[in-house]
Design a protein around this ligand. Sequence first.
Ligand code: OSB
Ligand code: MG
Length: 383
Amino acid sequence: MKPITIKDIRLHVVSLPYVEPLRTSFGVEPAKSALLVEVETTSGIIGWGEGVTEVRPGYGYETIATGLHITDEFLIPSLVGKTIEKATEVPALLRSVRGNNFAKAGVEAAIWDALARANDMRLADYFASFLPDGHRSRNRATVGVSIGIQPSVAETTAIIKKRLDQGYRRIKLKIKRGWDVELVRGVRATFPDISLMLDANSDYTLADADHLAQLDAFNLLMIEQPLAYYDIYEHGLLQKQIKTPICLDESVKSASDLLLALQVDATRILNLKPARVGGYSESLKIYRICVENHLPLWIGGMLETGVGRAANVAFASLPGVTLPCDISATERYFNPDITEPPFVLGPESTLAVPDGYGIGVEVQRDRLEEAEARWRENYPYRQ
Ligand code: OSB
Ligand code: MG
């Protein structure tokens, strides 16, 4: 493997209108805002990465503004001028900064892309090179679709029908207190057999255990993150009171969190969002823990632009990712995205890993500039 030397790291804040916003238990954003990281090497290779900072500290505590601050002032100076042989060296270079996983994940992802491109490799194959034989990329990711909170059951079933007709084979519904059992009962009346799961985004407390146990009647694949975003222990207590498998999302921010969650039976399935755990190096550690413990694993999404989506598709193509992922086709999110080619839903609810090197998609400079201008118009405090 050829090493890279980092010449420059540039940040781009973009705003992209959603085709359809996603309402969760903590709210809705009208447009996608993203902090994109562009790494340039001394040999002129460009790598791209995307953390998942949002405008508000809703899903995680980081925001676009904290991402800019941490990346600009602390992460970039730790990396510029450094020669990197393996992308897994990056976390050690960023060790002096605690937390701020989304910001770290953005720069780490750009370095993964640059190293793969510098070595004429697809990112999926570069990921696999850190795993034992038998973990080669399957060249496609099996995916599902996430459906936001709708005004009624009828509107929810109409969207589910549209998604099933498009070829998605696993449906995730966002729920919140007061929008759960009756929703699922209504949906199951129309679709008794579809592969169905729920995501509560931390809206409940342990006092809701009896209420949540009513969901056991509906043959759900899992319920994602019912309790507090920082909690592991009480999810283990809740799992004793409900049969539906619990899948942690927000609470698992490192391999160490996952080991604790396994110890207290707080997660029977894992939603891994590489940015949430600080990047793909930590994600590979978590991947190995899941394989060793036979823990079903899937890759979650944060409505990423094509930059983040492409890297997640590459990771999701690894065989230890055993359940459908929250990575849908480009047309479900943006029209157009800032990268080409788009991801198109293929046979058996899959997205193909692109053939190109690195993340395999190319940022379109004209669209990037347009999306940066849109951010500046909407968020003038950052000008
Ligand atoms: O909890 O998985 C979540 C989007 C924003 C914030 C949190 C979540 C989500 C999703 C998006 O569910 C799924 C996707 O990217 O398709
Ligand atoms: Mg979730």
